[in-house]
Design a protein around this ligand. Structure first.
Ligand code: SF4
Length: 330
């Protein structure tokens, strides 16, 4: 029996009011910057501030969070939030993810996440940086269905949900990556001490990884494929392995983490085992949630290899392999 507290000490401390959420700390780091300064110069200031994390007693006139918002608004006008790097001006158009302005498809107290996370105040954004042919949330991930909620209004909802027992705010979709500017702006208005969870496919750019650092308390990552061919064929995404490995290596150091892996039929050797082997070789002491609920949805029936549900034997094979590698499974 594993003691989950050992893996998420910071998360538990914040939830129990014995610690401060990172985004709140970020608002107490003073950074003197001007909108006239170049983006390169602002990144240098950002990186120095993150390294030092010198907290002031009261909120400064300009904080590290303000600097992150300035950098994110520049990225928004030439979008590079994810590694598709569409470079579109999101004030005028959308890129590959289909998201221009944020649309929230639903928000509620989620009881179906990992036990350590529930009840989780989950905010589902429409749109996604991936186009998985088997997506079980395709009605929101592949369409821009939803409503814009003013950041100040969402803050009130966060406060109300915390009062109802929410242990965290869980930013998800689709994928939250296209909405990082909106999320930072919401947190600027927020003073609720509650852990922030980044629930994502982790295809974000290095710049986004840096924006998240100092803001996110727990990364809930989705490691789908063990090679680029499967990623390209089933999610229409390039250079998957390099980007996902890079981002996992970095966020492991930036916060606490749970890695999710959805087992897919016939993808045991090429994907599941390959991912677990990489985790065992490269990432230490991070719990993995091996998920067995795959069912063919959306266009999956058109792809023979994933056109049926995953078998209990396949799931057992993956679980046994994880055990052999001494991976901690949630
Ligand atoms: S977030 Fe969307 S618009 Fe921005 S780079 Fe990624 S796919 Fe393109």
């Amino acid at each position: 029996m594993i003691n989950v507290r050992n893996f998420f000490p910071r998360y538990f401390d914040i939830s129990e009011e014995n610690g401060i959420a990172r985004y709140v700390q970020c608002k107490h780091v003073s950074v003197n910057f001007s909108k006239l300064e170049t983006t390169d110069f602002l990144w240098k200031k950002h990186d120095t501030a993150i390294q030092n994390m010198k907290l002031c007693d009261i909120e400064p006139e300009k904080s590290l969070l303000d600097l992150k918002i300035e950098l994110a608004s520049r990225m928004f006008r030439e979008c590079c939030f994810c590694e598709r790097r569409c470079k579109v001006d999101r004030t005028k158009e959308s890129g590959n993810c289909g998201v221009q302005q944020p649309a929230i498809a639903s928000e509620f107290l989620h009881l179906g996440e990992e036990s350590v996370l529930i009840p989780s105040y989950t905010v589902f954004f429409s749109g996604c940086t991936f186009h998985c042919v088997f997506c079980q949330n395709w009605d929101i991930s592949q369409r821009n269905a939803g409503i814009f909620i003013e950041p100040a209004v969402l803050v009130k909802m966060i406060r109300a949900r915390k009062n109802q027992g929410a242990r965290n705010v869980n930013w998800v979709g689709g994928d939250p990556t296209p909405n990082i500017l909106y999320i930072l702006e919401t947190l600027k208005n927020c003073n609720v001490n509650i852990p922030q969870i980044w629930n994502s496919n982790m295809y974000c750019s290095m710049e986004t990884i840096k924006l998240l650092n100092g803001v996110i308390d727990l990364y809930l990552t989705d490691f789908k494929y063990g090679n680029d061919e499967c990623a390209q064929r089933l999610s229409k995404v390039d250079n998957y392995m390099d980007i996902i490995k890079r981002n996992h290596r970095i966020v492991e150091k930036n916060g606490e983490m749970i890695i999710r892996h959805l087992v897919m039929p016939t993808h045991i050797e090429c994907c599941s085992k390959s991912i677990l082997q990489w985790i065992a070789d490269n990432i230490s002491n991070i719990p993995v949630n091996i998920m067995g609920q795959y069912r063919p949805d959306y266009f999956a029936k058109k792809y023979q290899d994933i056109s049926c549900s995953v078998s209990s034997e396949e799931i057992r094979t993956v679980e046994d392999f994880a055990k052999k590698l001494q991976i901690i499974c949630l």
